[in-house]
Design a protein around this ligand. Structure first.
Ligand SMILES: [Zn+2]
Length: 220
């Protein structure tokens, strides 16, 4: 899985409160929650604008950025990235998915060192639903059930991501539409809550600066 830190901003001088508010435009609950947490963390680190945060990210080593993402994920109740990666690898192994392809229907020959793949007439990688696939030359090595179809625990969504294969029924589809509607309504409330949370953070920081500034020294 490729990880990215998405910082939605319109302009570098924009305040982090606005960046947190833009988070609502992101696709998934996970990315929205993560970005809001990153922004709160950034504010506590002293960043004020989108540009401050972007510059700090740009100056980091990849491993530091990953760490920053992990901290934010854990703070909002998500698993660290390494755990998600490890689980994806083991899911791939369990359902015999070609490693790295992300598609359980793309197989390569199961014989050691053989790199043959099922191909379409045009030579492209052909999707096959089997437990383990063996090329013509190695087919004699196949176990009894290898070339039989598997009930797939996952299916591909139209956009190509893997989704659980258990929600075909209409009832759950209707429930999903309804919860999506509720979610959109909730997001407005959420934006207000974030603005309030940022305001609290601002007040706490101003208060701390005031306490830590010796008398007679003008605070910045
Ligand atoms: Zn082979």
């Amino acid at each position: 899985m490729t990880w990215q830190i998405q910082i939605p901003f319109a302009d570098r001088t924009e305040s982090l409160v606005d960046v947190a508010a833009h988070a609502r435009t992101l696709e998934t609950d996970e990315s929205r929650a993560t970005v809001r947490q990153l922004v709160l963390d950034a504010r506590l680190e002293g960043d004020r604008t989108a540009g401050d945060l972007l510059d700090r990210l740009a100056a980091m080593e990849p491993v530091e950025r990953r760490q920053m993402l992990d901290i934010a994920r854990v703070e909002c109740g998500l698993e660290p990235t390494a755990e998600v990666d490890a689980r994806e690898r083991s899911t791939a192994a369990t359902i015999g998915m070609a490693p790295g392809s992300g598609n359980p229907l793309l197989h390569s020959c199961s014989a050691a060192k053989c790199r043959e793949i099922p191909r379409t007439e045009a030579g492209a990688w052909r999707e096959v639903n089997v437990r383990r696939w063996w090329c013509e030359q190695h087919r004699h090595l196949a176990g009894e059930d290898d070339m039989r179809p598997v009930p797939l625990p996952w299916k591909l969504s139209p956009s190509g991501s893997l989704i659980p294969n258990d929600e075909a029924d209409e009832a759950s589809e209707a429930a999903r539409v309804e919860s999506r509607r509720a979610e959109l309504a909730a997001r407005d409330d959420e934006s207000r809550a974030i603005a309030a949370e940022m305001a609290d953070t601002e007040r706490a920081m101003a208060e701390r600066a005031r306490r830590e500034t010796p008398a007679g020294v003008p605070s910045p």
